[in-house]
Ligand binder design. Structure first.
Ligand SMILES: Cc1cc2nc3c(=O)[nH]c(=O)nc-3n(C[C@H](O)[C@H](O)[C@H](O)COP(=O)(O)OP(=O)(O)OC[C@H]3O[C@@H](n4cnc5c(N)ncnc54)[C@H](O)[C@@H]3O)c2cc1C
Length: 504
């Protein structure tokens, strides 16, 4: 029986292992941490009874991804009706609702422009998402997108390639508040709203808000991992936690297994790495790849790191803006200039005075997250990977920012816990510098350059080695596409036909 070692039990490792084991391969999934899930975990962090998502929290890509949908996982999804709100200091807000008409109303004078854009993009949302997620080149979905947009294809391509700021100002005819609302969503990519291609990230996320929603699993992100683990165990995967791989074993020009930090060696006919490019570089013995390819992994660039603050609250956040009081996600960035300046400060290596924040109010929709009447709050702001301020000082800046848009916030706090980019990397070495995307999304690290043309179809140029995870196309977020892609590549090399149809 073919033996496969899969490195990393994040969701990509789990998805990959499920496919391989379902085809009769003997799969061992090796995980550095004490529990599986990687960036898809939740648990207590502040007070007993309060459940916090440690990293990923809102997963539109899970809802849209063919790789996750076909697994039909046993998860109770909550689909928030008010997806996101972007408040301003004067107590107003613009909200992204699941419902398009409600969003158009919220945008006021820029509503018509949004309705016009959505009349073009919503009908092609599914092929558009598939074009972004599918293995390269995504010929069939891209052809459907082109056919759907017709003569507007060139114009939309130009807009998406630009910055979120440029896209917003163009679409909303100079309305800076509507542009801030759109640009706030680009923060999820780690790119500043002024960066090339941040427009595509902002737009895609907002579009998903209407087409698929930004769902959350009832009980916390750990529930998604739990469902993946149960499925993996049913298929016969052996999961070993507390088993960090410290070397991929290579003999005679092919992989022959892995060595675990304890010194144990696990022989394998094939190895799938789901860890980030920088870690893969360290796991490969010198000479395993040629110098140019080793260097490409070594110089893989990481972006800013989210600095996380989790709160236990005695009551919901007293946002001045009423739409923010109902929203699952709140993007706190103030006026457009302030939002962009915060992102650029972090990119330059400075902790912003007024960090731009992604805020999650899961407990408004999921009563299992906190004791009766009380609430959790999930907050992060992008900071340099190695900030020159201590954790408490950064947490104070974040809290002051919340207080500006929700006066009286401090009085609702029962407890708070911080998670710096360094701690994020200590828990999960694949999140280098805390970078949520597994490497910067600047254009030179996208598409065939993620992480390099030689690995873009999930096979490495070393016999028996396959790659997946956030440093491979299509990048970070919880969609499982690269885990599935690596499994498919391996199965095809073994002359096995991967299944695609939904299975229970
Ligand atoms: C703060 C934060 C917020 C985020 N928010 C969202 C969100 O709201 N929505 C969304 O879709 N995405 C979000 N993301 C991104 C998303 O969580 C990740 O892109 C995705 O989970 C990556 O999955 P993965 O399986 O590729 O890698 P990971 O989940 O990182 O898993 C890699 C695994 O490999 C293990 N590992 C590392 N080194 C070794 C080794 N040597 N040996 C064995 N195991 C090893 C790690 O411990 C880890 O378990 C967020 C990320 C962060 C950090």
């Amino acid at each position: 029986m073919t033996r496969v070692a899969v490195i990393g039990a994040g969701h990509n490792g789990l998805v990959c292992a499920i496919h391989l084991a379902a085809h009769g391969l003997d799969v061992t999934l090796l995980e550095h941490g004490d529990e599986p899930g990687g960036a898809t975990r939740s648990g207590e962090a502040t007070l007993p009874g309060f459940v916090h998502d440690h990293c990923a929290a809102f997963v539109p890509m899970t809802a849209a991804s063919p790789a996750m949908r076909e697994l039909e996982l046993d998860v109770d999804w909550i689909d928030p009706p008010v997806v996101m709100a972007y408040p301003f200091e004067d107590g107003s807000a613009i909200a992204l609702h699941r419902d398009l008409d409600a969003t158009v109303d919220s945008l006021g004078p820029s509503g018509a422009a949004w309705a016009g854009a959505m009349s073009r993009l919503l009908p092609i949302a599914d092929p558009l998402v598939r074009s972004v997620l599918s293995p390269l080149p995504p010929v069939a979905p891209a052809a459907r997108v082109a056919a759907g947009l017709g003569p507007e294809l060139v114009e939309w391509t130009r807009r998406m390639l630009g910055s979120a700021e440029a896209l917003g100002l163009d679409l909303f005819e100079g309305d800076r508040r509507a542009t801030a609302w759109l640009s706030g969503s680009a923060q999820h990519s780690g790119l500043p709203p002024t960066a090339t291609v941040s427009g595509a990230f902002g737009m895609l996320l907002q579009l998903l808000g209407h087409s698929h929603g930004w769902p959350i699993p009832r009980g916390g992100m750990g529930e998604l991992t739990g469902a993946l683990v149960r499925r993996a165990e049913r298929e016969g995967v052996t999961l070993r936690c507390g088993a960090p791989v410290d070397q991929i074993l290579v003999r005679g020009g092919r992989t022959v297994g892995v060595r675990i930090a304890s010194g144990d060696e696990l022989p394998a006919d094939a190895v799938v790495s789901t860890v980030t490019a920088g870690v893969l570089h360290r796991l490969l013995p010198s000479g395993a790849l040629n110098d140019r390819l080793q260097r490409r992994l070594r110089i893989w660039r990481y972006g800013t790191g989210p600095f996380k603050v989790d709160y236990a609250l005695r009551e919901p956040v007293p946002w001045a803006a009423s739409e923010a009081r109902r929203a699952a996600v709140v993007h706190v960035g103030g006026e457009l200039e302030e939002l962009s300046a915060a992102a650029e400060d972090s990119n330059r290596g400075e902790v912003p005075q007024r960090p731009a924040l992604v805020v999650g109010q899961q407990s408004l929709l999921d009563r299992t997250r906190a004791p009766d009447g009380q609430h959790t709050l999930y907050v992060y702001g992008h900071v340099p990977s190695h900030p020159d301020l201590d954790d408490e000082a950064i947490a104070e800046r974040i809290q002051a920012q919340l207080e500006r848009f929700a006066p009286g916030f401090g009085a609702t706090v029962l407890a708070r816990a911080t998670r710096s980019p360094e701690q994020t990397e200590r828990d999960n070495p694949s999140l280098v510098g805390g970078d949520l995307g597994g490497g910067s999304y600047e254009l030179d690290q996208q598409l065939v350059f993620r992480p390099m043309p030689e690995m873009v179809r999930y096979r490495a140029p070393l016999k028996g080695l396959y790659v997946a995870g956030a440093s491979t196309h299509p990048g970070g977020a919880v969609h499982g596409m690269s885990g599935r892609g690596a499994a498919h590549a391996l199965l095809r090399d073994r002359h096995l036909r991967p299944w695609r149809a939904p299975r229970g």
